[in-house]
Design a protein around this ligand. Structure first.
Ligand code: NFE
Length: 524
Protein backbone atom coordinates (compact mmCIF):
# COMPACT_ATOMS: atom_id res chain seq x y z
CA UNK A 1 0.00 0.00 0.00
CA UNK A 2 1.29 3.50 -0.89
CA UNK A 3 2.18 5.73 2.01
CA UNK A 4 -0.11 8.57 3.02
CA UNK A 5 0.97 12.02 4.27
CA UNK A 6 -0.28 12.83 7.77
CA UNK A 7 0.33 16.26 9.28
CA UNK A 8 0.08 17.53 12.82
CA UNK A 9 0.17 21.27 12.21
CA UNK A 10 0.48 22.88 14.65
CA UNK A 11 1.15 20.48 17.49
CA UNK A 12 -0.64 22.19 20.38
CA UNK A 13 -0.11 21.88 24.13
CA UNK A 14 3.61 22.44 23.71
CA UNK A 15 5.55 25.68 23.98
CA UNK A 16 5.91 27.38 20.59
CA UNK A 17 5.30 26.36 17.00
CA UNK A 18 6.05 22.89 15.77
CA UNK A 19 4.60 20.85 12.96
CA UNK A 20 5.12 17.22 12.14
CA UNK A 21 4.92 15.69 8.68
CA UNK A 22 4.64 11.91 8.57
CA UNK A 23 4.45 9.21 5.92
CA UNK A 24 2.10 6.51 7.16
CA UNK A 25 2.00 3.09 5.54
CA UNK A 26 -0.05 0.09 6.68
CA UNK A 27 -1.09 2.03 9.80
CA UNK A 28 2.45 2.91 10.92
CA UNK A 29 4.78 5.89 10.59
CA UNK A 30 7.54 5.07 8.07
CA UNK A 31 9.09 8.53 7.79
CA UNK A 32 8.81 11.82 9.66
CA UNK A 33 9.93 15.43 9.49
CA UNK A 34 10.00 17.74 12.46
CA UNK A 35 9.57 21.37 11.41
CA UNK A 36 10.32 24.33 13.62
CA UNK A 37 8.22 27.00 11.95
CA UNK A 38 9.77 30.14 13.45
CA UNK A 39 13.12 31.94 13.67
CA UNK A 40 14.73 32.87 17.00
CA UNK A 41 17.35 35.47 16.21
CA UNK A 42 18.62 36.21 19.73
CA UNK A 43 22.16 35.60 18.52
CA UNK A 44 21.85 38.65 16.25
CA UNK A 45 20.18 40.79 18.94
CA UNK A 46 23.14 40.22 21.29
CA UNK A 47 25.96 41.22 18.96
CA UNK A 48 27.78 44.41 19.99
CA UNK A 49 26.15 44.63 23.43
CA UNK A 50 27.69 44.72 26.88
CA UNK A 51 28.36 41.06 27.80
CA UNK A 52 26.52 41.44 31.12
CA UNK A 53 23.33 42.36 29.24
CA UNK A 54 23.30 38.89 27.72
CA UNK A 55 22.26 37.26 30.94
CA UNK A 56 19.12 39.43 31.24
CA UNK A 57 18.24 39.39 27.52
CA UNK A 58 18.51 35.64 26.96
CA UNK A 59 15.99 34.92 29.70
CA UNK A 60 13.40 36.42 27.34
CA UNK A 61 13.99 33.49 24.98
CA UNK A 62 11.31 31.67 26.97
CA UNK A 63 8.80 32.12 29.77
CA UNK A 64 8.97 28.48 30.84
CA UNK A 65 12.72 28.01 31.31
CA UNK A 66 14.11 31.55 31.72
CA UNK A 67 16.01 30.39 34.80
CA UNK A 68 17.97 27.89 32.72
CA UNK A 69 18.85 30.49 30.10
CA UNK A 70 19.81 33.01 32.81
CA UNK A 71 22.02 30.42 34.49
CA UNK A 72 23.60 29.11 31.26
CA UNK A 73 24.45 32.71 30.44
CA UNK A 74 25.78 33.44 33.96
CA UNK A 75 28.05 30.41 33.69
CA UNK A 76 29.13 31.47 30.23
CA UNK A 77 30.06 34.90 31.65
CA UNK A 78 31.75 33.29 34.71
CA UNK A 79 33.89 31.36 32.26
CA UNK A 80 34.67 34.36 30.01
CA UNK A 81 35.44 36.60 33.04
CA UNK A 82 37.56 33.90 34.75
CA UNK A 83 35.47 33.78 37.95
CA UNK A 84 33.46 31.21 39.94
CA UNK A 85 30.36 31.58 42.06
CA UNK A 86 30.65 31.65 45.84
CA UNK A 87 29.34 28.62 47.73
CA UNK A 88 26.14 30.49 48.58
CA UNK A 89 25.89 31.63 44.96
CA UNK A 90 26.11 28.05 43.74
CA UNK A 91 23.48 26.86 46.21
CA UNK A 92 21.13 29.75 45.45
CA UNK A 93 21.46 28.97 41.74
CA UNK A 94 20.51 25.36 42.53
CA UNK A 95 17.53 26.49 44.61
CA UNK A 96 16.20 28.81 41.89
CA UNK A 97 16.78 26.30 39.10
CA UNK A 98 15.38 23.40 41.16
CA UNK A 99 12.18 25.35 41.85
CA UNK A 100 11.82 26.07 38.14
CA UNK A 101 12.33 22.37 37.30
CA UNK A 102 9.43 21.50 39.63
CA UNK A 103 7.26 24.14 37.97
CA UNK A 104 8.15 22.92 34.50
CA UNK A 105 7.68 19.19 35.12
CA UNK A 106 4.30 19.67 36.79
CA UNK A 107 3.25 21.99 33.95
CA UNK A 108 4.30 19.46 31.34
CA UNK A 109 2.52 16.48 32.83
CA UNK A 110 -0.76 18.05 33.91
CA UNK A 111 -1.29 21.01 31.63
CA UNK A 112 0.39 19.85 28.42
CA UNK A 113 0.55 16.06 28.19
CA UNK A 114 -2.11 14.53 30.47
CA UNK A 115 -5.00 15.46 28.19
CA UNK A 116 -3.56 13.02 25.64
CA UNK A 117 -4.70 10.30 28.06
CA UNK A 118 -7.25 11.72 30.51
CA UNK A 119 -10.84 12.22 29.34
CA UNK A 120 -11.60 15.85 30.19
CA UNK A 121 -15.27 15.33 29.25
CA UNK A 122 -15.57 12.99 32.27
CA UNK A 123 -15.91 16.18 34.34
CA UNK A 124 -19.46 16.45 32.96
CA UNK A 125 -20.34 13.47 35.18
CA UNK A 126 -18.81 15.04 38.29
CA UNK A 127 -21.28 14.91 41.19
CA UNK A 128 -19.11 16.34 43.99
CA UNK A 129 -19.05 19.80 45.54
CA UNK A 130 -15.50 21.05 44.92
CA UNK A 131 -15.89 24.60 43.64
CA UNK A 132 -12.94 24.51 41.27
CA UNK A 133 -14.14 21.26 39.69
CA UNK A 134 -17.69 22.58 39.36
CA UNK A 135 -16.33 25.66 37.57
CA UNK A 136 -14.34 23.41 35.26
CA UNK A 137 -17.48 21.35 34.63
CA UNK A 138 -19.31 24.51 33.53
CA UNK A 139 -16.40 25.50 31.36
CA UNK A 140 -16.18 22.17 29.52
CA UNK A 141 -19.96 22.09 29.24
CA UNK A 142 -19.81 25.44 27.46
CA UNK A 143 -17.24 24.10 25.04
CA UNK A 144 -19.24 21.13 23.82
CA UNK A 145 -22.67 19.86 23.16
CA UNK A 146 -22.71 16.17 23.92
CA UNK A 147 -25.27 14.09 22.10
CA UNK A 148 -25.74 10.34 22.29
CA UNK A 149 -22.54 10.01 24.32
CA UNK A 150 -20.23 11.55 21.74
CA UNK A 151 -18.99 15.03 21.01
CA UNK A 152 -21.15 16.35 18.16
CA UNK A 153 -20.62 20.05 18.27
CA UNK A 154 -17.94 22.37 19.52
CA UNK A 155 -19.47 25.61 20.71
CA UNK A 156 -16.35 27.65 21.55
CA UNK A 157 -12.63 27.42 20.91
CA UNK A 158 -10.82 25.60 23.71
CA UNK A 159 -8.73 25.26 25.67
CA UNK A 160 -9.94 21.71 26.19
CA UNK A 161 -11.84 21.02 22.99
CA UNK A 162 -11.75 20.19 20.15
CA UNK A 163 -9.33 17.31 20.64
CA UNK A 164 -8.56 14.08 18.82
CA UNK A 165 -11.64 11.88 19.02
CA UNK A 166 -11.56 8.13 18.67
CA UNK A 167 -12.36 4.77 20.26
CA UNK A 168 -10.19 4.03 23.29
CA UNK A 169 -8.24 7.30 23.02
CA UNK A 170 -8.85 8.24 26.64
CA UNK A 171 -8.99 6.58 30.07
CA UNK A 172 -12.44 5.03 30.53
CA UNK A 173 -12.65 4.69 34.30
CA UNK A 174 -14.65 7.63 35.67
CA UNK A 175 -12.96 7.82 39.07
CA UNK A 176 -9.46 7.77 37.53
CA UNK A 177 -10.44 10.55 35.13
CA UNK A 178 -12.02 12.72 37.82
CA UNK A 179 -9.07 12.20 40.12
CA UNK A 180 -6.60 13.17 37.37
CA UNK A 181 -8.72 16.21 36.44
CA UNK A 182 -8.65 17.25 40.11
CA UNK A 183 -4.86 16.89 39.84
CA UNK A 184 -4.91 19.18 36.80
CA UNK A 185 -6.71 21.88 38.82
CA UNK A 186 -4.56 21.44 41.94
CA UNK A 187 -1.41 21.57 39.78
CA UNK A 188 -2.26 25.17 38.82
CA UNK A 189 -2.14 26.17 42.47
CA UNK A 190 1.04 24.16 43.10
CA UNK A 191 2.78 25.79 40.14
CA UNK A 192 2.03 29.17 41.65
CA UNK A 193 3.95 28.08 44.78
CA UNK A 194 6.93 26.98 42.67
CA UNK A 195 6.96 30.40 40.96
CA UNK A 196 6.97 31.98 44.42
CA UNK A 197 9.94 29.79 45.36
CA UNK A 198 11.79 31.03 42.25
CA UNK A 199 10.92 34.64 43.13
CA UNK A 200 12.01 34.38 46.79
CA UNK A 201 15.65 33.80 45.82
CA UNK A 202 15.57 35.03 42.22
CA UNK A 203 13.94 38.40 42.84
CA UNK A 204 10.94 37.67 40.66
CA UNK A 205 9.38 35.05 38.41
CA UNK A 206 9.31 34.09 35.62
CA UNK A 207 12.43 36.13 34.68
CA UNK A 208 14.49 36.29 37.88
CA UNK A 209 16.82 39.28 37.95
CA UNK A 210 19.07 38.21 40.82
CA UNK A 211 21.20 35.73 38.87
CA UNK A 212 24.46 37.39 37.85
CA UNK A 213 28.00 36.35 36.96
CA UNK A 214 29.68 35.20 40.17
CA UNK A 215 26.48 34.10 41.92
CA UNK A 216 23.17 35.58 43.03
CA UNK A 217 22.44 39.04 44.46
CA UNK A 218 19.71 37.96 46.89
CA UNK A 219 20.28 38.27 50.62
CA UNK A 220 19.71 35.10 52.61
CA UNK A 221 17.29 35.96 55.41
CA UNK A 222 15.55 33.62 57.84
CA UNK A 223 12.17 35.03 56.75
CA UNK A 224 12.91 34.13 53.12
CA UNK A 225 14.07 30.63 54.01
CA UNK A 226 11.00 30.09 56.20
CA UNK A 227 8.59 31.14 53.45
CA UNK A 228 10.44 29.04 50.88
CA UNK A 229 10.16 25.99 53.17
CA UNK A 230 6.42 26.55 53.57
CA UNK A 231 5.88 26.38 49.79
CA UNK A 232 8.29 23.49 49.40
CA UNK A 233 6.29 21.41 51.87
CA UNK A 234 3.10 21.76 49.83
CA UNK A 235 4.83 21.17 46.52
CA UNK A 236 6.66 18.10 47.78
CA UNK A 237 3.47 16.60 49.19
CA UNK A 238 1.79 17.08 45.81
CA UNK A 239 4.68 15.44 43.95
CA UNK A 240 4.94 12.44 46.25
CA UNK A 241 1.25 11.82 46.90
CA UNK A 242 -0.44 12.98 43.69
CA UNK A 243 1.83 13.54 40.68
CA UNK A 244 3.63 10.19 40.83
CA UNK A 245 0.34 8.32 41.31
CA UNK A 246 -1.22 10.00 38.29
CA UNK A 247 1.74 9.06 36.11
CA UNK A 248 1.31 5.47 37.33
CA UNK A 249 -2.43 5.61 36.55
CA UNK A 250 -1.73 6.78 32.98
CA UNK A 251 0.94 4.10 32.54
CA UNK A 252 -1.45 1.40 33.77
CA UNK A 253 -4.10 2.53 31.29
CA UNK A 254 -1.70 2.75 28.31
CA UNK A 255 1.12 0.22 28.93
CA UNK A 256 1.82 -0.02 25.17
CA UNK A 257 3.56 3.36 25.51
CA UNK A 258 6.44 1.63 27.30
CA UNK A 259 7.27 0.30 23.83
CA UNK A 260 6.82 3.49 21.79
CA UNK A 261 8.93 6.60 21.23
CA UNK A 262 12.30 4.95 21.83
CA UNK A 263 15.64 6.52 20.93
CA UNK A 264 19.29 5.43 20.99
CA UNK A 265 21.67 8.25 21.93
CA UNK A 266 21.49 10.32 25.12
CA UNK A 267 23.39 13.36 26.33
CA UNK A 268 23.38 15.18 29.67
CA UNK A 269 25.60 18.14 30.62
CA UNK A 270 25.01 17.40 34.32
CA UNK A 271 23.07 19.64 36.70
CA UNK A 272 22.76 20.90 40.26
CA UNK A 273 26.42 21.56 41.01
CA UNK A 274 27.91 20.04 44.13
CA UNK A 275 31.02 22.24 43.94
CA UNK A 276 32.04 25.63 42.62
CA UNK A 277 34.34 24.10 39.98
CA UNK A 278 31.44 22.42 38.16
CA UNK A 279 33.04 19.02 38.48
CA UNK A 280 30.32 17.05 40.28
CA UNK A 281 26.58 17.18 39.95
CA UNK A 282 23.43 15.80 41.55
CA UNK A 283 22.53 14.39 38.09
CA UNK A 284 25.72 13.33 36.34
CA UNK A 285 27.20 14.45 33.05
CA UNK A 286 27.68 11.90 30.27
CA UNK A 287 26.83 10.51 26.86
CA UNK A 288 25.20 7.18 26.06
CA UNK A 289 25.58 5.58 22.65
CA UNK A 290 24.73 1.92 21.94
CA UNK A 291 23.84 1.50 25.62
CA UNK A 292 27.36 2.50 26.73
CA UNK A 293 28.16 5.45 28.97
CA UNK A 294 31.00 7.72 27.84
CA UNK A 295 32.66 10.85 29.17
CA UNK A 296 31.33 14.10 27.73
CA UNK A 297 33.63 16.43 25.79
CA UNK A 298 32.12 19.75 24.73
CA UNK A 299 34.60 20.16 21.86
CA UNK A 300 32.63 17.46 20.02
CA UNK A 301 29.51 19.66 19.64
CA UNK A 302 28.70 20.94 16.13
CA UNK A 303 25.65 22.49 14.47
CA UNK A 304 24.72 21.37 10.96
CA UNK A 305 22.39 23.35 8.72
CA UNK A 306 21.84 21.53 5.44
CA UNK A 307 18.07 21.25 6.10
CA UNK A 308 17.77 24.35 8.33
CA UNK A 309 16.94 27.82 7.02
CA UNK A 310 20.37 29.32 7.64
CA UNK A 311 23.21 30.30 5.35
CA UNK A 312 27.00 30.04 5.56
CA UNK A 313 29.05 27.57 7.56
CA UNK A 314 27.78 24.16 8.54
CA UNK A 315 29.25 21.77 11.09
CA UNK A 316 30.67 24.61 13.19
CA UNK A 317 31.43 24.47 16.91
CA UNK A 318 29.17 27.07 18.60
CA UNK A 319 32.14 29.29 19.58
CA UNK A 320 32.65 29.73 15.83
CA UNK A 321 28.92 29.42 15.11
CA UNK A 322 26.90 31.62 12.77
CA UNK A 323 23.17 32.25 12.76
CA UNK A 324 22.29 33.99 9.51
CA UNK A 325 18.70 33.45 8.40
CA UNK A 326 17.99 32.17 4.88
CA UNK A 327 14.18 31.87 4.77
CA UNK A 328 13.97 30.66 1.16
CA UNK A 329 16.84 28.16 1.31
CA UNK A 330 16.24 25.33 -1.09
CA UNK A 331 15.68 21.93 0.53
CA UNK A 332 15.51 23.38 4.06
CA UNK A 333 12.37 22.58 6.04
CA UNK A 334 12.99 23.91 9.57
CA UNK A 335 14.21 26.95 11.47
CA UNK A 336 15.77 24.52 13.96
CA UNK A 337 19.43 23.66 13.28
CA UNK A 338 20.76 20.12 13.65
CA UNK A 339 23.17 19.93 16.62
CA UNK A 340 25.34 16.85 16.67
CA UNK A 341 27.69 15.39 19.28
CA UNK A 342 30.59 13.48 17.75
CA UNK A 343 28.52 13.58 14.55
CA UNK A 344 25.53 11.89 16.20
CA UNK A 345 22.06 13.21 17.02
CA UNK A 346 21.31 13.10 20.75
CA UNK A 347 18.17 12.89 22.83
CA UNK A 348 18.52 15.35 25.67
CA UNK A 349 16.12 15.88 28.56
CA UNK A 350 14.85 14.09 31.60
CA UNK A 351 15.24 10.60 30.15
CA UNK A 352 18.86 11.33 29.14
CA UNK A 353 19.57 12.70 32.65
CA UNK A 354 17.95 9.71 34.29
CA UNK A 355 19.72 7.10 32.16
CA UNK A 356 23.11 8.84 32.42
CA UNK A 357 22.68 9.04 36.23
CA UNK A 358 21.50 5.42 36.41
CA UNK A 359 24.47 4.12 34.40
CA UNK A 360 26.81 6.38 36.39
CA UNK A 361 25.77 4.49 39.52
CA UNK A 362 23.68 7.28 41.08
CA UNK A 363 22.14 5.39 44.00
CA UNK A 364 19.15 7.70 44.53
CA UNK A 365 18.16 7.64 40.87
CA UNK A 366 18.67 3.88 40.64
CA UNK A 367 16.53 3.23 43.73
CA UNK A 368 13.64 5.37 42.41
CA UNK A 369 13.79 3.97 38.87
CA UNK A 370 14.07 0.34 40.02
CA UNK A 371 11.17 0.66 42.44
CA UNK A 372 8.92 2.16 39.76
CA UNK A 373 9.95 -0.48 37.21
CA UNK A 374 8.95 -3.09 39.78
CA UNK A 375 5.39 -1.67 39.86
CA UNK A 376 5.17 -2.56 36.17
CA UNK A 377 7.21 -5.74 36.37
CA UNK A 378 9.48 -4.12 33.80
CA UNK A 379 13.22 -3.87 33.10
CA UNK A 380 15.34 -0.78 32.40
CA UNK A 381 14.78 -0.80 28.57
CA UNK A 382 11.09 0.01 29.25
CA UNK A 383 12.22 3.36 30.66
CA UNK A 384 13.35 4.34 27.14
CA UNK A 385 9.82 5.18 26.00
CA UNK A 386 6.97 7.69 26.05
CA UNK A 387 5.93 6.57 29.54
CA UNK A 388 9.55 6.43 30.68
CA UNK A 389 9.90 10.16 29.94
CA UNK A 390 6.74 11.02 31.91
CA UNK A 391 7.76 8.81 34.83
CA UNK A 392 11.33 10.15 34.83
CA UNK A 393 10.00 13.71 35.19
CA UNK A 394 7.92 12.71 38.22
CA UNK A 395 10.82 10.84 39.85
CA UNK A 396 13.24 13.67 39.12
CA UNK A 397 10.78 16.10 40.76
CA UNK A 398 10.71 13.91 43.86
CA UNK A 399 14.52 13.82 44.07
CA UNK A 400 14.88 17.58 43.48
CA UNK A 401 12.32 18.41 46.19
CA UNK A 402 14.25 16.17 48.58
CA UNK A 403 17.59 17.75 47.61
CA UNK A 404 16.24 21.28 48.13
CA UNK A 405 15.95 20.62 51.90
CA UNK A 406 19.68 19.91 52.04
CA UNK A 407 20.59 22.91 49.88
CA UNK A 408 18.64 25.17 52.27
CA UNK A 409 20.54 23.70 55.23
CA UNK A 410 23.85 24.33 53.43
CA UNK A 411 23.24 28.09 53.00
CA UNK A 412 25.33 30.30 55.25
CA UNK A 413 23.77 33.73 55.83
CA UNK A 414 27.10 35.14 57.09
CA UNK A 415 28.87 34.49 53.79
CA UNK A 416 28.80 36.30 50.43
CA UNK A 417 26.27 35.28 47.79
CA UNK A 418 28.39 36.39 44.84
CA UNK A 419 31.87 37.22 43.66
CA UNK A 420 32.64 40.44 41.83
CA UNK A 421 33.85 40.58 38.23
CA UNK A 422 35.60 42.77 35.70
CA UNK A 423 34.57 42.61 32.06
CA UNK A 424 37.71 41.61 30.15
CA UNK A 425 38.78 43.29 26.93
CA UNK A 426 38.52 39.93 25.20
CA UNK A 427 37.74 36.33 26.05
CA UNK A 428 35.60 33.29 25.38
CA UNK A 429 33.12 31.53 27.57
CA UNK A 430 31.03 28.38 27.62
CA UNK A 431 27.98 27.93 29.85
CA UNK A 432 26.57 24.43 30.02
CA UNK A 433 23.61 23.48 32.16
CA UNK A 434 20.60 21.21 32.14
CA UNK A 435 17.27 22.95 31.62
CA UNK A 436 14.12 20.98 32.48
CA UNK A 437 14.00 19.90 28.81
CA UNK A 438 17.64 18.98 28.65
CA UNK A 439 21.15 20.04 27.71
CA UNK A 440 21.40 23.81 27.28
CA UNK A 441 24.57 25.53 26.13
CA UNK A 442 25.45 29.20 25.70
CA UNK A 443 28.73 30.36 24.15
CA UNK A 444 30.18 33.87 24.08
CA UNK A 445 33.11 35.57 22.36
CA UNK A 446 34.06 38.97 23.88
CA UNK A 447 36.05 41.53 21.88
CA UNK A 448 36.63 45.19 22.83
CA UNK A 449 34.59 44.54 26.02
CA UNK A 450 31.56 43.77 23.83
CA UNK A 451 29.79 40.66 22.58
CA UNK A 452 31.40 39.67 19.26
CA UNK A 453 29.52 36.37 19.03
CA UNK A 454 26.86 34.65 21.13
CA UNK A 455 25.34 31.27 20.31
CA UNK A 456 22.79 29.17 22.18
CA UNK A 457 21.95 25.52 21.55
CA UNK A 458 18.77 24.74 23.46
CA UNK A 459 17.34 21.34 24.38
CA UNK A 460 14.58 21.44 21.78
CA UNK A 461 17.17 22.15 19.08
CA UNK A 462 18.78 18.83 19.98
CA UNK A 463 15.67 16.66 19.97
CA UNK A 464 13.52 18.48 17.39
CA UNK A 465 16.41 18.79 14.97
CA UNK A 466 15.81 18.21 11.28
CA UNK A 467 18.01 15.86 9.29
CA UNK A 468 21.72 16.64 9.48
CA UNK A 469 24.25 17.15 6.68
CA UNK A 470 24.34 13.38 6.09
CA UNK A 471 20.54 13.13 6.01
CA UNK A 472 20.31 11.43 9.43
CA UNK A 473 16.97 12.11 11.15
CA UNK A 474 16.73 14.08 14.39
CA UNK A 475 15.66 12.24 17.60
CA UNK A 476 11.91 13.07 17.45
CA UNK A 477 11.80 12.23 13.74
CA UNK A 478 13.46 8.88 14.42
CA UNK A 479 11.43 8.10 17.56
CA UNK A 480 8.24 8.46 15.51
CA UNK A 481 9.20 5.66 13.11
CA UNK A 482 7.01 2.62 13.76
CA UNK A 483 4.40 4.55 15.74
CA UNK A 484 0.93 3.23 14.92
CA UNK A 485 -1.55 5.73 13.49
CA UNK A 486 -4.98 4.14 13.80
CA UNK A 487 -6.80 7.10 12.24
CA UNK A 488 -4.79 9.47 10.00
CA UNK A 489 -7.29 12.26 10.77
CA UNK A 490 -6.71 11.84 14.51
CA UNK A 491 -3.03 10.88 14.88
CA UNK A 492 -3.04 10.97 18.68
CA UNK A 493 -0.45 8.21 18.96
CA UNK A 494 2.16 10.34 17.16
CA UNK A 495 1.21 13.43 19.17
CA UNK A 496 1.80 11.44 22.38
CA UNK A 497 5.26 10.42 21.18
CA UNK A 498 6.26 13.99 20.30
CA UNK A 499 4.78 15.54 23.47
CA UNK A 500 6.63 13.06 25.67
CA UNK A 501 9.86 14.90 24.73
CA UNK A 502 8.32 18.16 26.08
CA UNK A 503 9.27 20.32 23.08
CA UNK A 504 9.61 24.05 23.55
CA UNK A 505 9.79 25.71 20.17
CA UNK A 506 9.64 29.10 21.87
CA UNK A 507 13.16 28.29 23.07
CA UNK A 508 14.30 26.96 19.73
CA UNK A 509 12.94 29.64 17.39
CA UNK A 510 11.10 32.98 17.50
CA UNK A 511 9.98 34.96 14.48
CA UNK A 512 7.56 33.71 11.86
CA UNK A 513 7.28 35.02 8.32
CA UNK A 514 4.04 37.02 8.28
CA UNK A 515 3.52 37.67 4.60
CA UNK A 516 1.97 34.44 3.48
CA UNK A 517 -0.81 32.11 4.48
CA UNK A 518 0.71 29.11 6.19
CA UNK A 519 -2.44 27.02 6.06
CA UNK A 520 -5.82 26.44 7.62
CA UNK A 521 -5.58 24.64 10.92
CA UNK A 522 -7.89 22.56 12.99
CA UNK A 523 -6.63 23.13 16.53
CA UNK A 524 -6.28 19.90 18.45
NI1 NFE B 1 11.27 27.15 26.40
FE1 NFE B 1 13.72 25.39 27.48
C1 NFE B 1 13.75 24.15 28.75
C2 NFE B 1 15.50 25.62 27.45
S1 NFE B 1 13.67 24.04 25.83
S2 NFE B 1 11.52 25.60 27.72
O1 NFE B 1 13.62 23.40 29.56
O2 NFE B 1 16.62 25.86 27.51
O3 NFE B 1 14.39 24.09 24.38
Amino acid sequence: MASQKVYIDPLTRIEGHLSIEMDVQDGKVVDAKCRGDMYRGYESILQGRNPVDAQQIVMRICGVCPVSHGQASSRCLDDAFGIKPTKNGRILRNLILGSNFLQSHILHFYHLAALDFVDITAILKYKGSDDALLRLKDWVNNEIKVKKGRVDEISTAGPFLPRYEGENFYIKDLDTNIDAIAGYVKALEIREKTHRMVALFGGRAPHPIAMVPGGVTTEITSARVKEFKKYLKEVEKFINETYINHVIAVAKAFPEYFKLGKYDNFLSYGVFDKDEDRKSFMFEQGVITAGKLEKFDSSKIREQIKYARYKSGSNLHPLKGETVADPEKSGAYSWVKAPRYDDKPMEVGVLARTLVAYLSGNKDVKAEVDSLLKVFNAELPAANSVLGRHAARALESKLIAKAIHKWLDDLDSDEKTRNSYVIPESGEGEGLIEAPRGALGHWIVVKDHKIANYQAIVPTTWFCSPRDDKGVRGPVEQALIGTPVSDPKNPIEAARVVRSFDPCLACAIHVVEGDKEIGKFRLI
